[in-house]
Ligand binder design. Sequence first.
Ligand code: BTN
Length: 343
Amino acid sequence: MKSGTPVQINEISENCVLKEEILKALKEQNRFLSGQELCEKFQVSRTAIWKVINQLKEEGYEIESVSRKGYRLKSHGDLMNQFELDSTLNGHWAGKTVKYFEVTDSTNTQVKRYAEEGAPHGFLAVAEEQTAGKGRRGREWFSPKGGNLYFSLLLRPNMPPEHASALTLVMALSVVQAMRKIGCHDASIKWPNDIVLNGKKVCGILTEMSAEMDFIHYVVIGVGINVGVEQFQDDIKAMAISLSEATGKGIRRVDLLAVIMERFEENYALYESTEDFSKLKETYEQYLLNKDVAVKVLEPKGEYIGIARGINSQGELLVEKEDGRVVQVYAGEVSVRGVYGYV
Ligand code: BTN
């Protein structure tokens, strides 16, 4: 190794720290900070400050520079990067360790790789773009860059595998609560875990588990939310919608993600306390689009129509058949649709 190398590495990491500190100061103060003030605060030269400000501008931060006044952060828009995630996610464990990918194959696959290497409960992977996004039943999840949210959360539940089946509903509930909190008041759940706005799908959830007969190694819950991208592939166009299209508002993805993690921590604690969905069932049903609505249940053996009456403490859908019998529908085996279409 050349003798100069360690110095360069130090310089790079010092520059990153300085950049993060300056960004933090600009965010916290929300006023003009003069070059002099920044130099004194961080004990660096004016040139160093100027270089960092330019780097931040190149990364997409809108920074106003006015002579004799200094620098002010005008907006941090919808930027998603490692720093924004680290500084915005403030939960106790969900997303406490977060890894950002500009592009990756699939965040579920990434989290599995990290899980095998010993990543902790609550580890989160977030991507701007996925090249091999996975949907349920082996389908592809269209994951273009430019404004959507793709993330996967690692869980290491201390419970038997059969008790983990409704964890995917815990995430659906958390997503719908977060969407409503940021102003998407019509967001609802289509059982078990699609989130729907204006009758169209805005979010899908894919849960995968690595387990033995009586022991869970880990669970990965992957969530794809159409936030800002309004173009869809032809085959999903008719049933997909984005949050921006539905609300006409710009949504900051990291803020939405932070609220989802916050809600998930609360909901997970309730789930964990009973190892089932009993404490969450009532809240979930408030958002359940297909409650007391006619549904078509598509089973491998055939299909039937009934009225969805809610869920049980395992998260199974209770469907009342024409003869009055109520059957429990397990999510793994079937699809549930509206009688005339997707919902
Ligand atoms: C569905 O089919 O409705 C489930 C879609 C799940 C997509 C998300 S995007 C983030 C995570 N990574 C993946 O590859 N899939 C999930």
